[in-house]
Design a binder for this molecule. Sequence first.
Ligand code: SAM
Length: 175
Amino acid sequence: MTIEVLRIGQRVVRDDRVTTHVALVSRAFGASKIFMNEINPEIKDTVSKVNRSWGSNFEVEYIEDWRKVLKSKKKESVKIVHLTMYGENINDVAEKLSKEKDILVVVGAEKVPRDVYESADYNVAVGSQPHSEISALAIVLDRIQKGRQFDVKYDNARLEIVPTKKGKQVVTKTD
Ligand code: SAM
């Protein structure tokens, strides 16, 4: 299964921090790429630095037009999963999502245009209450992969954490 994320509608500067966190959650929760437009280049640098230290080949791809991305992914039979509090309850669709082959998760910032709801294969609500794209994304990625994303180890990691009950244990890997 390949999971990618499309971030739409973010406002430059005002949403930079949340967008950075959307990218970091995408990476840490098993997505392989995030598409975003109008972004602060520092976000890409931040993610590259995290990749260099902690591994993974997670990509940030700049796009001009998110509608084009949606269209081309649909053509490739990728399932579009739009996160919205108005959608179907995650509890009712998680099992079906976990069996899909390739998924593009769409997360909004400000008001999401109507055509996104229409072109989505799934409009998914993580509870029917407004909250945050960061939390909604984390929960959906976890439900789709049933926690398997946390067992992944990266061959290209320079640093690796050894989980411990107390304190911090980090191994520095040499080539
Ligand atoms: N007011 C905006 C609207 O009506 O589309 C929502 C803004 S919300 C801060 C930003 C994004 O968080 C949404 O586009 C959606 O992707 C996500 N989100 C917020 N609450 C959610 C929920 N309960 N379930 C799923 N996604 C949610």
